[in-house]
Ligand binder design. Structure first.
Ligand code: GDP
Ligand code: MN
Ligand code: MN
Length: 255
């Protein structure tokens, strides 16, 4: 058994309205069931999501949080504007984005973008993945899946990893429930986070710095799903999410 991760070479610095699918097709021949993994940084650049702090005016809530976490109040304002909720306000901001992804600073970042600019993550990453996927399918005539990724930390471990934030034609979870283990025992709870695993594998080639590899193909694994799939299949429902409930309790005490 084997699969391949293939860096798509020769991708330029991405600017607003660049045609990412056309750039992919120009530089690599796609095959049926390829999984096209794309760093959210370039999706955001193509969507024109860069901004400057000097253009923002912090509101009262941003000023109050900034006084505690010692960040630029305009940066706090930017994070608040992209979040439905902050689960931690200080010493760092753990945000839930409007589409339900939980990450530091709502994914806002100033790395791999020029000068004074910062970059928001795509507002609706599933929609971004679908737009890219549909155009890639039209250009190539192949059946493809797309994963839009970002680099996130984890709650209980040091070290960041690639994670899926938007998907197209791939289910983010593989259900093993009901399958038998080596000894015939029926698995009761296992769901494998394949979209995150694939994002992590692709991230090995992307790296985090000046590598200039924002797109990686995963070839040789069969996760293609023709029917609609959404990243929120991965997000725990409010009732089930014990960690979020706990963080809300801590936040009330302003820890
Ligand atoms: P994120 O994980 O989506 O936040 O993206 P990163 O900033 O970690 O970048 C992932 C990879 O994409 C790295 O190899 C970067 O050098 C590369 N990258 C970022 N922006 C661009 C770009 O505009 N053009 C190219 N060719 N590579 C980029
Ligand atoms: Mn990022
Ligand atoms: Mn990254």
């Amino acid at each position: 058994m084997r699969f391949e991760a293939i860096a798509v070479e020769n991708i330029p610095l991405i600017k607003k309205e660049d045609d990412i699918p056309a750039l992919i097709c120009k530089n690599i021949e796609l095959r049926d069931r390829d999984i096209v993994v794309i760093a959210s940084t370039i999706v955001a650049k193509a969507e024109g999501l860069s901004f400057r702090l000097e253009d923002l005016t912090p509101g009262a809530k941003a000023l109050e949080i900034a006084a505690r976490n010692r960040k630029d109040p305009r940066f706090v304002e930017a994070v608040l504007s992209r979040s439905s909720e902050l689960l931690v306000e200080a010493p760092f901001m753990l945000a839930v984005t409007k589409k339900g992804h939980t990450c530091i600073n709502a994914g806002i970042d100033d790395s791999n973008i020029e000068g004074e600019f910062l970059l928001n993550t795509p507002m609706d990453p599933d929609m971004s993945a679908a737009k890219i996927g549909e155009r890639l399918e039209a250009l190539s005539g192949k059946k493809l899946s797309v994963i839009v990724t970002d680099t996130n930390g984890r709650a209980f471990k040091i070290g960041q990893t690639g994670v899926a934030i938007g998907i197209y034609k791939i289910h983010p979870l593989k259900h093993w429930i009901g399958e038998k283990d080596l000894f015939g025992k029926i698995l009761e709870i296992t769901q494998e986070a394949v979209a995150d695993e694939l994002a992590g594998a692709a991230n090995l080639l992307m790296g985090e710095a000046a590598g200039g590899i924002p797109i990686v193909l995963i070839r040789g694994l069969d996760y293609y799903a023709d029917e609609g799939a959404e990243i929120k299949e991965m997000y725990r429902t409010e009732g089930e999410d014990v960690i979020k409930k706990g963080l809300r309790c801590l936040l009330k005490e302003k820890i």
